[in-house]
Unconditional design. Structure first.
Length: 511
């Protein structure tokens, strides 16, 4: 059966960020009875009020009785609000759903060992990139359109391989966010792009970089796919599946891809598109809001009753459950046979084999915690908002992962957004970006680099940090901020092998 798409709908949903809430979910209903999630925005700070918009681009036309609601939630409370005031714009979609400029591109097949294939670099989400990156870093290109009230790349998880960055297409007005695009790493030029069902959220590469997996929001009906397997060189769709909105990063292990959706389902697909198994592990709301992790034939994800689950990677059978007092905020991170995650200010490290608690640490709960690890060195970050000064500060901690013993902590100023993701390179430097790009020493937390200007995309003061960036590829750092992607080029060797501190570049942040 062939479905002819003759229109594209843009739904613009204005909403208030309410004080005390960290997560905003968006749902639609075709009939006012069954509700389906279309996207989730997470906020670093939970006690500052703000206004924002969510844009939903969908192939096709809505039904007359389509309804939209916004769900605000925190650890303690949840509020649902059905919206009467949202903008629906329908345009004819006569153009081709595909473009390919590969003949004009400089892209070449490259050594796949440098690839950043999924969120956190690997199925354990360690954030450890096994290649060096040295400062100084220089901005080479930016991609996307500057638009007020938009956060196109804030919740997008991208991947890189084959000398290309795979991500959401740069929007022209409200159009483009339902396209996946391949961007030439060297030039920032678009190589190919492909229109899909709805908002593109996540891209993942297979090992060998021969297959690209893409997750999108749901469409108007249950017939439109939300998970795609695409040729990464041409943009050709190889196969697709319908689940529900696939917003959080799948993981790839051997020849299996594990994909969560916002209705609480986890799917295991083979590379040929066969369903190995699927399981409903949490009922909406809120669905699965973290990427799964993998170690030794086990898949780890969040589940009902505010719990971390261990599943058999080949059958989906539940192996053990560890319950917490509140929902799990971010993807679990695995090192050796340990698994670390956080919930409502508590940091947990469990034995990944049996789920037994190894250690627990309680920190002041000012934001959600994020983790990265190299060997036994565990980094975790939390942020806080200085209300009287309207600025953000980050506290980066280094712990001994096996014992939880404190090693050092460093506080640094991050203007408005706060930094969320920290990556560790082979040369024991830590990299992150928010309003600037930062580099730190792993040994003591000292800052060795700060970009001399704000990153692209700083349209206005917002408390809306990028959840899934930066990522690394060769000697490049790729980040995002609101409506912009950007690439900074670093070095594979230090300028001064005896004194890396000679390249500090820290301007006055208040000037």
């Amino acid at each position: 059966m062939i479905f002819l798409i003759i229109s594209l709908t843009i739904v613009t949903i204005p909403y208030d960020l309410k004080s005390g809430f960290q997560k905003v979910e968006f749902h639609y209903s075709p009939d006012g009875k069954a509700w389906y999630p279309i996207g989730v925005n997470q906020y670093l700070y939970s006690f500052v009020e703000d206004k924002d918009t969510f844009r939903w681009a969908i192939k096709g036309s809505p039904k007359d009785n389509t309804k939209i609601k916004v769900v605000y939630s925190s650890h303690e409370k949840r509020i649902e609000k059905e919206l009467k005031d949202f903008q629906v714009e329908i345009k004819e979609d006569k153009g081709s759903d595909y473009s390919n400029n590969v003949g004009l591109s400089k892209v070449q097949e490259s050594d796949t060992s440098y690839s950043w294939r999924m969120f956190g670099y690997d199925p354990q989400h360690t954030g450890h990139y096994p290649y060096p990156l040295y400062p100084p870093l220089e901005l080479k290109w930016e991609y996307g359109k500057s638009m007020d009230g938009s956060a196109d790349y804030t919740m997008v998880s991208s991947c890189a391989g084959n000398s290309m960055l795979y991500t959401r297409k740069g929007s022209e007005g409200s159009y483009g966010i339902n396209w996946v695009a391949a961007i030439d790493i060297e030039t920032g030029e678009e190589v190919w792009s492909r229109e899909l069902t709805s908002n593109v959220w996540t891209t993942v590469l297979s090992y060998g970089d021969s297959l690209l997996f893409v997750g999108t929001s749901s469409g108007w009906d249950t017939l439109s796919p939300t998970f795609y397997c695409i040729d990464p060189f041409t943009g050709e769709i190889k196969w697709s599946k319908f689940s529900h909105t696939v917003e959080y990063s799948p993981i790839v292990v051997d020849t299996i891809v594990y994909a969560p959706d916002l209705q609480g389902n986890l799917y295991a697909y083979t590379f040929s598109g066969n369903t190995l198994w699927s399981i409903r592990i949490i009922g909406p709301p809120p669905g699965i809001l973290v990427s799964p992790a993998y170690l030794n034939n086990k898949v780890y994800t969040c589940g009902d009753k505010r719990a971390l689950l261990s599943l058999d990677a080949y059958t989906g059978e539940t192996l053990w459950v560890y319950e917490t007092s509140s929902w799990i905020e971010d993807a679990p991170v695995i090192f050796d046979s340990h698994i670390v995650f956080s919930s409502n200010g508590d940091v947990f490290v469990l034995n990944a084999n049996n789920g037994n608690l190894i250690w627990k640490r309680t920190e002041p709960y000012t934001s959600m915690f994020t983790f990265s690890v190299k060997g036994r060195d565990l980094l975790f970050n939390r942020s806080y908002w200085v209300v009287q000064d309207s600025i953000g500060n980050n506290i980066l901690h280094r712990l001994e992962g096996y014992s939880g013993d404190f090693m050092w902590a460093d506080t640094f100023y991050t203007r408005y957004t706060g930094a969320w993701r920290y990556l560790i390179t082979k040369n024991d430097l830590i990299w992150t970006c928010d309003d600037w790009v930062f580099g730190f020493r792993m040994s003591n937390g000292s800052m060795i680099f700060k970009s001399d200007s704000l990153v692209p995309g700083n349209i206005n003061p917002v408390i809306y940090t990028s959840v899934f960036s930066p990522i690394l590829y060769r000697n490049y750092l790729i980040g995002s901020h609101r409506t912009k992607l950007f690439l900074y080029q670093g070095r594979t060797e230090p300028l001064d092998t005896l004194n890396v501190n000679s390249i500090i570049a820290i301007p006055n942040p208040f000037s």
